[in-house]
Design a protein around this ligand. Structure first.
Ligand code: B12
Ligand code: SF4
Length: 605
């Protein structure tokens, strides 16, 4: 519990509606990786973050103590409410300033949160390896925020409404009372139902515990904030279209947002002091190709190049970071990857000295789902992940895509799901085959294995996979540890690196991990430490070394496309199918019209 410090009542009686977010989700410091690390490391490892980023708690505020930046979700709630309430009724502030705005006049404290309890994928698993699955750093700070709100002397006269992509964690763990939450909203703030909920709260009426509100169905329904967001996050698309069964964002309608609105939000960020921009999306490559006469999985090259060019060339934008994408587009249009690299690398804050061929060692690192190397499993959980290619070719799509990306200095972070419902040893071996093949080919991705987490509302919401690290089989542990071993390759080039690593990991195992993670963890950890070579461990029958894979080349993959899809290929990428001569069909060029809405014109290749 947070001790209640006596603060004077806010002069104006406080704001009617106060918006906030946990400190660890609001900070605009040190780039994406710090927030991702704080979602995964347990609170007892906070010192590591403090040491690396001593200033991570420093916040920028406006003169009236309101927050200078907030996560895009908070900004969207603010923008949505401004349709009904006066600017003077609403404030967005950090936890430490709540007492300056929450007073007798306050009727709602609204919290936006991404991952309050750390029970989502790739977060719970790492804290659980280190001994506590309940308290990642982010969760500690989320609880701190809820405790502060609960301790307010005015708590009886306002309602606490929670929204954002992590709200479901409160519903599923039934922590309403513990956290002092009145209502969790599932869905977007633009919805009329959200507005009605706030009206009810302002009238001090009872609220439902949980409410589902509708997602806008078209581009016009999505609002854009005219203020600074954490990391300069500006929405680019909603939904995806590939229909993976475990995916939450894909449940939203597939919408690509208008360029003029995106650019307006970019300029607002720069005006308010942001130097970094990142476009939030599930798949950047669908933008400009949603509901056109070309399937969304053949990217609109000109549209994308035009959009990103305008963003990185906006005066004041010094850094640009990619968010999510899929890998098949890299196989479909390698020229697009090349053109985007030329545009985006100079403004990327990410440096990979041992990997990048860029003169300043810059790199691009979008988040891409690999999920599994088993075609059997992929057919079950994500049959359309690789379209326009067949899912039977998933390992080839991944390796060919990664080759194209690496050649252009893209080193993606790739997520893998371990412990899918029904996953057999053969499935895990197939995934290991893919990972070893990646290593054999000298390809690099930062591999993030996470334990299957059934996410609410998805088609796998009720499926049960592995639930604790102790249940992992030796092969599943090997997969996890092989991924991390591969990730550390670039960091282990120093003369002292490998020795320090061996000593550190075995020491950690002796001290704590062998008890926590059970016997199946032992040999994979020895493999990870490098103290015994993988060849020897394989000879001893302790690990599986992965068999070489026969992989289709890009030309062979393109040859698998249906003739109907040939018209969407670009001749300048080469590898055209037998019997088809360019120009197959004119390519598309993107012409923003005077209002900035998307217009397309045909251009011969
Ligand atoms: C940008 C981003 C990040 C960034 C920046 C986050 C930030 N603090 O700004 C970084 C890289 C740091 C990040 C990290 C993580 N992320 Co993230 N991230 C995203 C991404 C791409 C966009 C989020 C965004 O800003 N969207 C735009 C805003 C406007 O949308 P929104 O926040 O959902 O808000 C809308 C509604 O939710 C609602 N709303 C929001 N707040 C509130 C509050 C109230 C009161 C109400 C009524 C409504 C409401 O209204 C808004 C629209 O009007 C999403 C995917 C996506 N497209 O949403 C993933 C996503 C949210 N992230 C996800 C995950 C898993 C993580 C990590 C746990 C990953 C990890 N293991 O490291 C961490 C957790 C970080 C943390 N601090 O705990 C998952 C969440 C899955 C889930 N449902 O649990 C998503 C959906 C990605 C995915 N494909 O699965 N993330
Ligand atoms: S490709 Fe990614 S965003 Fe799209 S449906 Fe699959 S998991 Fe979801």
């Amino acid at each position: 519990m947070v001790s209640q410090v006596a603060h004077p009542e806010p002069k104006d009686g406080g704001k009617l509606i106060v918006l906030t977010a946990p400190l660890t989700e609001a900070i605009d410091h040190a780039g994406y990786f710090i927030q991702m690390a704080m979602a995964s490391l347990p609170i007892w490892m906070e010192g590591v973050i403090n040491k690396k980023y001593p200033k991570w708690r420093d916040l920028e505020k406006n003169e009236d103590s309101s927050a200078r930046y907030m996560p895009a979700g908070v900004r969207l709630v603010e923008t949505s409410l401004l349709r009904e309430y006066k600017p003077d009724d609403i404030v967005a502030c950090f936890r430490e300033d709540l007492h300056k705005f929450v007073g007798p006049r306050t009727r709602v404290v609204a919290v936006s949160t991404h991952n309050p309890l750390g029970v989502t994928f790739a977060a719970g698993v790492y804290t659980s390896i280190f001994g506590s699955s309940r308290m990642p750093i982010n969760s500690h700070y989320s609880r701190e925020l809820f405790d502060s709100i609960k301790a307010s002397p005015y708590r009886n006269t306002f309602k606490v409404i929670v929204g954002g992509s992590g709200g479901w964690q409160i519903t599923q763990t039934d922590t309403f009372t513990e956290l002092g939450v009145d209502c969790v909203v599932e869905g977007r703030s633009e919805s009329v139902d959200t507005l009605e909920l706030f009206r009810k709260a302002v009238r001090q009426e009872e609220l439902p515990r949980r409410i589902d509100v509708k997602h806008p169905l078209d581009r016009e329904g999505i609002l854009f904030p005219d203020s600074r967001t954490t990391f300069g996050v500006v929405e680019m698309t909603t939904g995806c279209g590939r229909r993976c069964k475990f995916c939450v964002p894909d449940l939203n309608p597939q919408i690509d947002l208008p360029k003029d609105k995106i650019m307006g939000a970019v300029r607002a960020n720069v005006r308010d002091g942001n130097k970094q921009i990142s476009l939030a999306t599930e798949d950047m490559f669908i933008w400009g190709q949603v509901h056109t006469d070309t399937p969304f999985y053949f990217p609109n090259r000109e549209a994308l190049v035009d959009l990103y060019s305008d963003i990185v060339n906006t005066p004041g934008v010094e850094q640009h970071v990619l968010s999510h994408s899929t890998i098949a587009p890299a196989v479909v249009d390698p020229t697009l990857i090349k053109q985007l690299s030329e545009l985006l690398l100079p403004k990327s804050p990410i440096h990979f000295p041992y990997l990048s061929s860029h003169p300043e060692k810059k790199a691009l690192a979008p988040l891409i789902g690999l999920e599994t190397g088993s075609v059997r499993m992929a057919k079950q959980i994500m049959p359309s992940k690789g379209v326009p290619f067949q899912i039977d070719d998933w390992p080839s799509i991944v390796l060919e895509g990664l080759r194209v990306l690496n050649e252009n200095n893209w080193f993606p972070a790739m997520t893998l799901i371990v412990g899918n419902p029904g996953e057999t040893d053969e499935d895990v071996m197939d995934t290991l085959d893919l990972i070893y093949e990646m290593e054999r080919r000298g390809l690099f991705a930062f591999l993030i294995p996470s334990i299957f987490t059934p996410l609410h509302d998805t088609r796998m919401a009720k499926a049960i996979g592995v639930t604790q690290t102790k249940q992992l089989t030796p092969l599943q542990w090997q997969l996890m540890m092989k991924c991390w071993k591969m990730n550390l390759r670039p960091g282990l080039y120093s003369w002292w690196g490998p020795t320090a690593w061996r000593v550190g990991s075995i020491g950690m195992w002796l001290y704590k991990l062998r008890r926590l993670n059970g016997p199946n963890f032992t040999w994979p950890l020895w493999m990870f430490s490098g103290a015994i070579s993988e060849k020897n461990l394989n000879r001893m029958g302790k690990i599986y070394m992965g068999k070489p894979l026969k992989i289709k080349t890009r030309k062979e993959l393109i040859a698998t496309l249906r003739p109907h899809d040939w018209q969407f290929l670009r001749a300048d990428n080469g590898d055209l199918p037998e019997g088809c001569t360019p120009p197959i069909k004119p390519g598309k060029i993107f012409l923003p019209n005077v209002q900035g809405a998307i217009g397309t014109a045909r251009l011969s290749l």
